[in-house]
Write a protein that binds this ligand. Structure first.
Ligand code: GLU
Length: 321
């Protein structure tokens, strides 16, 4: 009888303990990109850091694979995500109401920190003879699915060189399928705005169909950077991609990947995540080769939306702001 009571008491205690823990736990989802990109493993790396301290912070982070930057901004704004990886150019446009958000500024968008640089990367089959952006004319070109960052960058580039979408056969397919489509001869080229080095491009250049990066000529890069201040010159490192036809680093233009949130996400949540990332930067740098270049200083560059107050609090505490 006594033993029965004791067991009952222990069960009640157990339930109370679990539910109190569950109630205190906040769930945070970070929207990333395709599973073969850099956003997805980076979101995984940040979640890993935060989840190691989940009891201390009362936070549990999960990673979601998404269509990319444009999707992430919209999902942040309608409350489906608490954090999202967003290209710096799209952060700028969304907050100011430009491009995809023409006349519709996303005023609640908040910047948290910047991560790695991304290069607008154009990969083409050698047999398709594409050595300049103009050579894309008449070809089958995957510019990326709606919702992706590369789709916007491809459209900006076409406008800068005077190419019309009707000049090409345009496809809008997600990046995880691009490498195999190129290898299978179903497309001639594809766009991917992505951090280097990465496994997805390695896979694309390692097949039997020879592949080259298409350079963007310096005068086009200059024009883009002058007209659109969020673009900067960038180089694709060929050393990282054994098998690619290019012998020298390939000039193009690029942006920065950034972590964004919404003004509606509580300050304590953003504070904890920012702190955890900045205090474990050495570990984060090791989790993906594209993250090696991160420093506390460059992680505050490329932000155009207001910094989320939770992140700001941390930056002020440690003297970064
Ligand atoms: N920059 C791409 C986008 O915004 C995603 C790149 C990645 O997943 O690493 O759609």
């Amino acid at each position: 009888m006594r033993k029965g009571l004791l067991i009952c008491f222990m069960i009640v205690l157990g339930i109370a303990w679990t539910t109190s823990g569950a109630l205190a736990m906040e769930y945070v989802t970070i929207g990333t990109g395709g599973v073969t990109g850099v956003y997805y493993p980076t979101g995984g790396a940040i979640s890993k850091l935060v989840n190691q301290k989940r009891r201390e912070y009362g936070l549990r982070m999960t990673v979601e694979s998404t269509g990319g930057s444009v999707f992430n901004v919209n999902a942040l704004m309608n409350g489906d995500l608490e954090l999202g990886v967003v290209q710096s150019d799209l952060q700028f446009q969304a907050y100011k109401g430009l491009g995809e958000w023409q006349g519709n500024p996303q005023e609640k968008l908040r910047a948290v920190f910047a991560i790695h640089p991304e290069a607008v990367t154009i990969l083409a089959a050698v047999d398709a003879n594409i050595h300049s952006v103009a050579d894309l004319k008449g070809k089958i070109v995957n510019i990326g699915a709606p919702g992706s960052g590369q789709r916007v960058n491809a459209q900006d580039l076409f406008a800068a060189v005077g190419l019309k979408e009707a000049d090409m056969q345009i496809e809008g397919i997600k990046p995880s399928e691009s490498a195999s489509l190129l290898q299978d001869g179903r497309i001639d080229a594809y766009f991917y705005t992505v951090g280097h080095p990465n496994g997805s491009i390695k896979e694309a250049v390692a097949g039997t169909r020879k592949v080259n990066f298409v350079p963007v000529a310096p005068e086009i890069v200059d024009k883009l950077c002058k007209d659109m201040p969020y673009y900067a010159p960038a180089d694709i490192p060929v050393d990282a991609y054994p098998g690619v036809a290019n012998k020298e680093d390939v000039p193009t233009f690029g942006v920065k990947a950034t972590i964004c949130s919404s003004a509606d996400v509580p300050d304590e949540i953003i504070y904890s995540i920012t702190k955890e990332v900045f205090e474990n930067l050495d570990e984060l740098r090791k989790l993906h080769p594209a993250l090696k270049v991160l420093t506390r200083e460059n992680m505050l560059q490329g932000l155009s939306a207001p910094i989320h107050p939770g992140a700001k609090k941390y930056y002020q505490e440690v003297g970064l702001l």
